[in-house]
Write a protein that binds this ligand. Sequence first.
Ligand code: NAD
Length: 367
Amino acid sequence: MSNPSLLILPGDGIGPEVMAEVRKIIDWFGAKRGVVFDVSEDLVGGAAYDKHGTPLHDDTMAKAQEVDAVLLGAVGGPKYDVLDFSVKPERGLLRLRKEMDLYSNLRPAQCFDALADFSSLKKDVVAGLDIMIVRELTSGVYFGEPRGIIEEGNERVGINTQRYTESEIERAARSAFELAMKRGKKLCSMEKANVMESGILWREVVTEVGKDYPEVELSHMYADAGAMQLTRWPKQFDVIVTDNLFGDLLSDLAAMLTGSLGMLPSASLGAPMANGRPKALYEPVHGSAPDIAGQGKANPCACILSFAMALRYSFDLGDEATRLEKAVEKVLADGVRTADLLNEEGRTPASTSEMGDAVVAALEASL
Ligand code: NAD
């Protein structure tokens, strides 16, 4: 049987720097755990534009459709701000998400004990926090028609449409229930059924799908109340499922409960392929951080933890994913810190590669 395949797209700015550390981790798993991938690498974003005049070449798109999982660094940078909208680096990422039909965006908000002081909330509110937000990613108000800016009378009107079909809600809900089954078996669905018809339908469909998952304790919350509860006592949640717009806001809010952008992974999943694995794109939440690019300052943990998500959700290697997450946790507990994780004056931060090396050493110590 051939090895599972992984397409690596480092992208721009700090993308290639953090991805170089993930490469060390991938190599370690191959050498020490017999988890071997067929790894290929290609360009995306500004790097692809520089070479091909497009932020995602058709050949790269075709490769992404064939592999078992795609791991992306980050795209964008000031150099590309002047480009036409159609070829901006972000269009490459959006094309990947759209053509792979990645409808379910998973963003964990997990607070490592060693970083609990980084949250703007009290330590006991966030220490040990481990929740997952599932955001519907391909529909809703960001895509609904009609949209645009039109003239009406003597003024302009901006229009966007919140639109969800039953099947779009159903597939997002199902992926959230499946996830809840693998975690704490609690799912909270968030919408605004009090003021939006799409919210009423959302609640009905999620409730219906829930009948297939009797073990999962399902609750519903208005999204605004959800935002309050997330800041008041986030540990009441296990998995949250919500639409594209509310998910955009709530996942950013939940992410910041945990402190630093440099620690946040994500996964975007689509329908199962012929081999049963979902179409999948894994990427850190952060961007290309042009302010620190090329200086060895970037924290590679978000990208490393995105690879851990790939191990768990694409390759059914939950134990190995946990091993990697525990290695990151150990490194933090040992006090290794990149600059973004330091709030004390006078301490020398670890560089990007020192952080990656520390994670590899912690993996080694786990054997
Ligand atoms: P950003 O996430 O790149 O940076 C925000 C701040 O967080 C910066 O101060 C940066 O130095 C810091 N930061 C981010 N990641 C870090 C890491 N791993 N380690 C240490 N510090 C880190 O967001 P931005 O500055 O708004 O955007 C910069 C560029 O990235 C823009 O071109 C934007 O369009 C693009 N972007 C891309 C993605 C993506 O590829 N998914 C996401 C967001 C922004």
